[in-house]
Ligand binder design. Structure first.
Ligand code: ZN
Length: 424
């Protein structure tokens, strides 16, 4: 077994540290001193491999936008070693066969773990529960179920799904969007939408579903996870639910922590996203929600689209932004540079916390026994976002030409170097 010793690294608080691993696992001490290879971190900061609970990989069906391979390449370039593939593919990942296909593709590429999320309902149509038990029992061991892209709008279907996943301590991840209140909606409903004349998407369309679902989770004593929280009111409801002891967790995206609906004034559909960018007041509330623990994790909602889906008129454009390669930097800008949270806390929001929600064993930790999943990052470096340099097959990042902090130098997955962007 090969042994590696990472030296001259810094920990999350900036203190000198080192790391040892044998084969694919981290160890406290080597079992032998034979064949130890030194990895000189050159003063880089050592972080656990990041874990994303919300990634759109588009395979099967839309391989022109992204594949499991290109999405994995983007992930490791962003410091991620585990990503969770949303089921809104073609066909929908609503059977054991499709989730196993996605899982095996991830395994065969060997860049990072790809954990499929199963659909809640057949075809994500919202009416009949999908093969939840079969997906859980499959090789992919699915624990998180979501109709993401669509809301599980029927309260009875949501109740049944929450009850069903209790059998194996699974979780339903809700895309909270009342379909009736958002029919044809294009952007946040507010001052900007009324000035520029695009159909508004009211905050209450998100908040009313979250309020209903935390009450349903309480009623049946199950676990609900709220995807991409975007409004101040949503943060308040989740804070209330947690204080009441309801088993709810919540995520926020990097883009909702930094960007606002003011950007829609230029009608550039690169800023068109679901849920929509909100107001400055919402951004502040989301950051406060992260700071006080109401929001548990940062998730990318990486949503790749080919150029033709974005280079068109706003109302014809697809919703979504890429995010894997900018997530750490954008989140740092939004939370650490603003002194909202420490760097250490930011990393837990992007590694140990999502690993705990997904029960991704051995992920999100640098403790002995965990997988040797880690990245070496430079906290002092800045970089300019160039869409053409992205590993993702799609280039629809809203951060083109932004100068962002924190550069990922190297990423290791189960002891193998899977990304090298240059060492200091
Ligand atoms: Zn969604």
């Amino acid at each position: 077994m090969e042994r590696f010793h990472v030296t001259k690294a810094k920990d999350l608080r900036g203190k000198a540290c080192e790391l040892k691993f044998e084969g694919e696992r981290i160890v406290t001490e080597f079992s032998s001193t034979d064949k130890v290879t030194v990895i000189d971190a050159g003063g880089s900061t050592l972080i656990p491999g990041l874990v994303d609970l919300h990634t759109h990989l588009r395979e099967p069906g839309r391989e022109d936008a992204e594949t499991v391979l290109t999405g994995s390449l983007a992930a490791v370039a962003g410091g991620f070693t585990a990503i969770s593939a949303m089921p809104n593919t073609a066909p929908v990942a609503d059977t054991a066969g499709v989730v196993e296909q996605v899982f095996r593709l991830g395994q065969s590429h060997g860049l990072c773990d790809v954990f499929p999320i199963g659909a809640v309902t057949e075809g994500q149509a919202g009416t009949t529960l999908a093969e939840i038990a079969a997906m859980h029992a499959s090789e992919a061991r699915v624990r998180i179920f979501s109709d993401d892209g669509h809301c599980v709008a029927d309260p009875l279907v949501m109740r049944r799904a929450l009850e069903y996943v209790k059998n194996f301590d699974g979780v339903i991840a809700q895309h909270a969007q009342d379909p009736r209140l958002t029919n044809g909606a294009q952007m946040n409903e507010g001052l900007v939408s009324s000035v520029i004349g695009l159909k508004g998407w009211p905050a209450v369309a998100e908040e009313s579903i979250i309020a209903r679902d935390v009450l349903l989770a309480e009623h049946v004593n199950s676990r609900v996870h709220i995807c991409h929280v975007s409004t101040a009111g949503s943060v308040e409801i989740i804070r209330w639910a947690k204080a009441r002891g309801i088993r709810v967790t919540a995520e926020v995206t990097p883009h909702h922590l930094l960007l606002t609906d003011e950007l829609a004034r230029g009608f550039n559909p690169i800023y068109k996203v679901n849920p929509p960018l909100r107001t400055e007041k919402d951004v502040v509330a989301l950051r406060e929600g992260v700071a006080d623990g109401t929001i548990d994790i940062i998730a990318t909602d990486h949503a790749p689209h080919p150029a033709e889906s974005k280079e068109c008129e706003w109302s014809a454009a697809s919703f979504g932004m890429t995010g894997l390669e900018t997530a750490l930097s954008v989140s740092y800008q939004a939370l650490v540079a603003t002194k909202t949270t420490s760097f250490e806390k930011l990393i837990s929001l992007m590694s140990s916390n999502p690993a705990a929600i997904g029960k991704y064993e051995g992920h999100g930790s640098l403790k002995a026994g965990s997988y040797a999943n880690f990245a070496l990052v430079d906290l002092d470096a800045e970089w300019t976002v160039e869409p053409t340099a992205m590993r993702s097959k799609s280039k629809n990042t809203p951060f083109a030409n932004y100068v962002l902090p924190v550069k990922v130098n190297q990423t290791y997955f189960k002891g193998n170097r899977v990304f090298s962007g240059g060492v200091k």
